[in-house]
Design a protein around this ligand. Structure first.
Ligand SMILES: *C/C=C(C)/C=C/C=C(C)/C=C/C1=C(C)CCCC1(C)C
Length: 241
């Protein structure tokens, strides 16, 4: 290692033209600030809602730690930190499934709903990782399998058991559930789009190539912080009634 590269890897030097590095940097700060916000708000909630808001904070906190690593990895190698990315997701996506389960518990959600959703998300993420990092030649196929698991989650919350429980719960829980459903349908759809921009497949001729990290970083900010805020405001509203 030359002195210069040692220097850059220790200080994560960001060039003013490195807009991808910039989104990693902003991601660190946004996730950190959101975590502080959720954690510091915990005292205002009673026991019933505290766990849900705590989980919102854990999601952004786990992401914050991964963003620090990803930012440095990007600065040192100018390469996608795919491994850290997927470790982050494999921890945070199941926690988002847990959020659905926690708010639907009032309507009698059973643990099997939680495990079913976690199972779908693990399939979605493991196959996505495989296509992006291991078997890139068949990225489209792994992406397709991942997409099927993604639609199983969408189905579950929009039309399946989870949607029936939300309807039974009614009120604030139902409206929060609806907003979270939109996050999963629209906000989460940015990820497969990023995947198609970053890998080669039949879609490359249509979409062209783009930067996968910018797409993922924007999606993470929307989905982790926005999703957490929906839970937070549900807790605030429900505590008032
Ligand atoms: C906080 C992180 C979240 C909410 C990550 C969500 C990730 C996805 C919904 C990823 C989905 C993918 C597909 C549907 C197909 C292509 C491969 C993936 C893994 C990017």
């Amino acid at each position: 290692m030359t002195n210069l590269s040692l220097f850059t890897s220790l200080t994560s030097k960001l060039l003013p033209t490195d807009y991808i590095g910039f989104t990693f940097f902003v991601g660190c700060m946004a996730m950190m600030a959101a975590s502080a916000f959720f954690f510091l708000s915990l005292n205002q909630f009673d026991k019933k809602w505290r766990t849900s808001v705590l989980v919102s904070g854990l999601i952004t906190f786990i992401a914050a730690v991964h963003y620090f690593y990803m930012r440095d990895y990007w600065a040192a190698f100018q390469e996608s930190p795919t491994f850290f990315r997927y470790v982050d997701w494999i921890l945070t996506v199941p926690l988002m499934c847990l959020e659905f389960y926690l708010i639907l518990k009032v309507a009698g959600a059973k643990q099997n709903l939680l495990w079913k959703m976690i199972f779908y998300s693990v399939i979605m993420l493991v196959t996505g990782y495989w296509g992006e990092a291991v078997d890139q030649a068949n990225a489209w196929l792994w992406g397709l399998i991942s997409g099927v698991a993604y639609f199983a989650i969408v189905y579950e919350i929009w039309l399946g058991e989870a949607s029936k429980l939300a309807a039974a719960a009614g009120g604030n829980v139902l409206s929060a559930h609806k907003i979270l459903c939109w996050f999963v349908l629209v906000g989460w759809a940015i990820y497969p789009l990023g995947y198609m921009l970053g890998t080669d497949g039949w879609y490359t001729g249509i979409l062209g190539k783009g930067n996968v990290d910018v797409a993922y970083n924007i999606a993470d900010a929307i989905n982790k912080i926005g999703f957490g805020l929906v839970i937070y405001s549900l807790a605030v509203k429900s505590q008032k009634d």
